[in-house]
Write a protein that binds this ligand. Structure first.
Ligand SMILES: [Zn+2]
Length: 372
C-alpha cells in the first residue's frame, strides 16, 4: 500500500490523499460501504460498481463463521469469491465478538467466545485474526483491539487501552515478520473512550509501532455528539500525519464532515444502507422520510440535484408506495440512492479541498443537516 498526500486545505486540517493498494487507487476522503457477509444488503455488485466505489469493507467475524475460512481459501480469497476486484478493508472481528457473541471472555492473550450462530467455541488472538485476514486477502487489515462501551469508568477504559496496545504490539511484530507487507497493509486502532489523555497516550504509543495506517475506534458508540467532536478534534494532531487516518463506524454526513475538517481520511458505516431500508433517505435538502403521508401524491423526484438512476426515474409518491407495499425493489432503490449520495457527497468534499473551498462546502452542508 502506498499513501500520498495530494493537497491540504488552506483553512483547515482537511486533506485530499491517494491510497494505492494492489487492487485500486482510493481517493480520499472516502466512504466505504459495508459488505458485512460478502454482500451489501439489497445491492448487486454491478450496482455497487456503477456508483464507483474503489474500496468496500467486509467483516472478518461474519466471514469466519459463515461460509468459513476453508471456503474462502478454496475460492482463492474474498476478491475471487465475490468477484469484486477493488480493494477490501476488513475489521479484526473483535467488535462483533464483543457485541454479538455469547459468553465472550477477554484474556490477556486473546478473547474466548461462542458463535452467535451455533454456540461453537472459538478463541481469537491478535495473530489469529491477522491469519484470517491473510486468507481473506484483505488489502487493509485491522488489528484486534478491545472496544469500550459508553459510558465506562476511566480505570476500565485504561485497562482496555493497555490491552489494545499490547495486542497491537503483538500484531505489529507478527505482521512485519510473516506478511507480504506490500500487498497487505495493517492498521492499528486507537482506543481510550472519551478520556482525552488516554486517547493521546494511546495514539502516541501506537505511532511507535510504525504501522501503515491508524484508526480511531470506540467513538460513535452512544456518546453525545459534542463529546465525539471534542475527542476527534483533540486527538487528530497526535495521529501520524503521513499515514491514512480512519474513523471507524461513523456514517452521519455531518459527523463525517466534522472529522474530515480535523484531518480524517477514511470512513465506514452501515447507517446509510440501514436507514435506507427503513425508508430514510439523504438528499441535497436534508433527510427525507419517504414513509411520510405528505409524499402520497408528490410526483416530484426524490432529489432534483441527484443524478442517480432512482432520482432520474421515480417520484416520491412511487417510492413511498413501494416502501409501504413492502416491495423488494424499495430496499434496492433506497439503498442505491443513499450510497450514491454518500459517494457524490465525498467527491464534492474532495473537490472542495483541492480547490480550497472546503469551508464553503462545510457551511453549505451544515445548513442542510442543521437539525441532526
Ligand atoms: Zn438519487
Amino acid at each position: 500500500m502506498n499513501f500520498k498526500l495530494i493537497k491540504k486545505d488552506n483553512n483547515s486540517a482537511a486533506r485530499a490523499c491517494e491510497i494505492t493498494t494492489g487492487h485500486s487507487v482510493i481517493k480520499t476522503p472516502v466512504f466505504m460501504p459495508v459488505a458485512t457477509r460478502a454482500a451489501i444488503r439489497a445491492m448487486t455488485l454491478s450496482d455497487l460498481q456503477s456508483i464507483g466505489f474503489d474500496i468496500i469493507l467486509s467483516n472478518t467475524y461474519h466471514l469466519y463463521m459463515r461460509p468459513g475460512m476453508d471456503v474462502i481459501a478454496a475460492a482463492g480469497g474474498l476478491h475471487n469469491f465475490m468477484n469484486y476486484h477493488g480493494s477490501f478493508l476488513t475489521d479484526s472481528g473483535g467488535f462483533q465478538v464483543f457485541s454479538l457473541s455469547n459468553l465472550c471472555k477477554v484474556r490477556d492473550d486473546g478473547v474466548d467466545f461462542n458463535s452467535h450462530l451455533d454456540g461453537s467455541k472459538h478463541f481469537f488472538t491478535p495473530e489469529k485474526v491477522l491469519d484470517i485476514q491473510r486468507i481473506i486477502g484483505s488489502d487493509i487489515m485491522m488489528v484486534l483491539d478491545q472496544c469500550s462501551d459508553y459510558p465506562i469508568e476511566k480505570a476500565q477504559a485504561r485497562a482496555a487501552m493497555e490491552r489494545t496496545i499490547d495486542w497491537a504490539k503483538k500484531s505489529a511484530r507478527y505482521y512485519k515478520e510473516t506478511f507480504d507487507t506490500e500487498s497487505q497493509a495493517c492498521f492499528a486502532i486507537i482506543q481510550g473512550s472519551v478520556y482525552s489523555d488516554l486517547r493521546k497516550e494511546c495514539a502516541e504509543r501506537l505511532a511507535e509501532l510504525d504501522l501503515p495506517g491508524y484508526a480511531i475506534g470506540g467513538l460513535s458508540v452512544g456518546e453525545p455528539k459534542e463529546l465525539y467532536r471534542e475527542i476527534t478534534e483533540y486527538l487528530l494532531p497526535f495521529m501520524p500525519y503521513d499515514r491514512p487516518r480512519y474513523m471507524m463506524g461513523v456514517g452521519s454526513p455531518m459527523e463525517i464532515l466534522f472529522a474530515i475538517k480535523q484531518g480524517v481520511d477514511m470512513f465506514d458505516c452501515v447507517m446509510p444502507t440501514r436507514i435506507a431500508r427503513n425508508g430514510t433517505l439523504y438528499t441535497s435538502q436534508g433527510r427525507v422520510n419517504i414513509k411520510a403521508s405528505q409524499y402520497e401524491k408528490d410526483f416530484t423526484s426524490l432529489d432534483p440535484l441527484c443524478d442517480c438512476y432512482v432520482c432520474k426515474n421515480f417520484t416520491k409518491a412511487y417510492l413511498r408506495h413501494i416502501f409501504k407495499a413492502g416491495e423488494i425493489a424499495s430496499l434496492i432503490y433506497n439503498t442505491y440512492h443513499n450510497l450514491y449520495f454518500m459517494k457524490t457527497f465525498m467527491d464534492e468534499i474532495r473537490t472542495s479541498i483541492l480547490s480550497d473551498t472546503f469551508n464553503e462546502t462545510y457551511c453549505k452542508w451544515s445548513k442542510v443537516f442543521a437539525s441532526e
